[in-house]
Design a protein around this ligand. Structure first.
Ligand code: SAH
Length: 283
């Protein structure tokens, strides 16, 4: 199997191999605090009485519904985490999933999960970099990019790669961070810290239609789902970390645990979360 190589040397942009090492370090702490879904929860309405774990599954299900999957479809899970979303989608929609991550630690956990869930015959995870997808043209019916493009140094390039491997008529559903309006202090500093600590960038919302068009994709949907996702996830995660802090500090080290605590992001309503769906034109 090929290893993951860095593709960015521009200061400030995430380097995939470094992102991989970050997730190798963070994955166990992420599982201990967030659970096995390494992404935000989705509550609709925003005050719905839904437990956090269930809310994270709902975000996966929302994305999967946008892909309009049919049994037997081949799905690429771009930035697969520990495999929870990909395995869930494979079981619920009877599809085949190839997941990629730049974290080798995640890839081995994800393959163990597919094995444990009895779907290893049609779900597999590989250490790959989304900046250089090693797949044949037109080899996937759908692409899921759940909270992963935020770590990639060139979104336009990723979309071009996705357009190449999608079959005509196939869809990508992705989530991304954006700034709903200029962020005043102290939120600005909190967001900058968060982006830096987790090797992420945001992008202007207006860049997405341009990038999709340049990649040859039709933009089907851009939805601001910040109110359904961000605040409650930050509150929940921060509470969990603070409730268990001395134990977590002992296991993972205080610096790592403090970086993981998003308490400073709870009251930053300008920080936004986007759901985007695009389609490769049918033949
Ligand atoms: N989609 C998963 C994980 C989200 S965390 C979930 O929802 O649970 C972000 C994921 O993106 C991690 O698995 C990380 O390894 C992956 N990632 C980041 N940059 C990547 C790149 N350049 N190529 C492939 N995967 C990448």
């Amino acid at each position: 199997m090929s290893t993951v190589q860095g593709t960015s040397s521009i200061p400030g942009l995430p380097v995939p191999a470094e992102v991989g090492k970050l997730y190798d370090r963070y994955t166990a702490l992420g599982a201990a605090s967030l659970g096995e879904n390494l992404h935000f929860g989705y509550w609709e309405p925003a005050d719905a009485d839904i437990p956090f774990e269930e809310a994270t599954h709902r975000l996966t299900d929302l994305m999967a519904s946008r892909l309009r999957l049919a049994p037997g479809d081949r799905v690429l899970d771009l930035g697969c985490g520990v495999g929870t979303p990909g395995t869930r989608i494979a079981k619920r929609h009877d599809v085949r999933v190839t997941g990629i991550s730049v974290s080798t630690e995640q890839v081995s956990r994800a393959n163990a999960l597919a094995e444990a869930e009895g779907v290893a015959d049609r779900v597999r995870f590989e250490p790959r970099d989304a900046m250089n997808l090693p797949f044949e043209p037109e080899s996937f019916d759908a692409v899921l990019a759940l909270e992963s493009i935020i770590h990639m140094p060139d979104r336009a390039r990723v979309l071009a790669q996705v357009a190449r491997v999608l079959k005509p008529g196939g869809r990508i559903a992705l989530t991304d961070f954006f700034e709903r309006s200029p962020i005043p202090q102290p939120g600005r500093a909190a967001v900058d810290r968060y982006l830096r600590d987790f090797m992420m960038t945001t992008v202007e919302l207006s860049a997405h239609p341009t990038m999709a068009a340049a990649a040859g994709l039709w933009l089907e949907e851009m939805l601001d789902i910040s109110d359904q996702t961000l605040r409650r996830t930050f509150v929940e995660l921060s509470n969990r970390i603070r409730a268990d802090k001395s134990h977590l500090d002992g296991v993972y080290g205080e610096d790592l645990v403090d970086a993981f605590d998003p308490g400073d992001l709870v009251d930053v309503p300008e920080f936004g979360y986007l759901l985007l769906v695009a389609r490769k034109p049918p033949r």
